[in-house]
Design a protein around this ligand. Structure first.
Ligand code: FMN
Length: 212
């Protein structure tokens, strides 16, 4: 295997900010950082890595797009029958991670998912491009398929079945992550990073600083 020098960036300094002032609510804090990530042109600021755990305790991670920040948590959309969907069916605990390199920030959160109201999924599905809508019907996400042609054949079939409006497949929709834990990480000089955690205590959030 080719040897890539993985130590090349080991001594990078983090100098872009500090975390001295934080809001009492982590979702507002998240909103603020997310907004800054957009303004500073972080690539794909809404890309988040979510990890789920299977019934036998095997963790599994993948990227999804975070679509909405609500007062209750963060929303993403997927196939309810996918690998992640099956994991979440048996174990609704989830973790999510954002890394914004431009601002040298990382946000980690942990919580439980619930499926969002069908009407909310309907509204978002209706706003998607037709090709994505057809894809949601044609792709049995995470199942084995014979080859690419088999997938494309299914696309053609659903194109023919739904020449006009495409209804939302019942197995496709949104999840709301209801977080009980947040960590905001701001890179600092000399690896003395700022890390502020929020732990849910009933209706309130306990805030603490942890060592880098
Ligand atoms: C940048 C990016 C964005 C993605 N967004 C989504 C998404 O919003 N929803 C989704 O189901 N999969 C999304 N995917 C695909 C997932 O990473 C994954 O391949 C798929 O959901 C199947 O995962 P699973 O087999 O663990 O269920 C995205 C992948 C990338 C690289």
């Amino acid at each position: 295997m080719d040897h890539l020098d993985s130590t090349r960036n080991d001594h990078k300094d983090f100098l872009k900010g500090s975390l001295e002032q934080f809001l009492p609510n982590p979702l507002l804090m998240f909103q603020k950082w997310y907004q800054t990530a957009f303004e500073k042109n972080c690539p794909s600021p809404h890309a988040m890595v979510i990890s789920t755990v299977s019934a036998i305790g095997q963790p599994s991670s993948r990227v999804v797009y975070m679509k909405e920040v609500l007062e209750e948590g963060l929303v993403f959309y997927s196939n309810y029958k996918s690998k992640k969907g099956r994991d979440l069916e048996s174990n609704p605990h989830i973790s999510a991670l954002f890394f914004w390199e431009v601002t040298e920030q990382q946000v980690r959160l942990e919580g439980k998912v619930i499926k969002i109201a069908p009407e909310m999924s309907d509204a978002y599905f209706a706003s998607r491009p037709r090709i994505s809508q057809i894809g949601a019907w044609a792709s049995h996400q995470s199942e084995t398929i014979q080859n690419r042609a088999a997938l494309e054949l299914l696309v053609e079939e659903f194109e023919a079945k739904y020449p006009n409006e495409v209804p939302r497949p019942p197995h496709w929709g949104g999840y709301l992550i209801e977080p009980h834990y947040f960590e905001f990480w701001q890179g600092r000089l000399g690896r003395l990073h700022d890390r502020i955690c929020y732990v849910r205590k009933g209706e309130d959030w306990e805030i603490k600083r942890i060592a880098p």
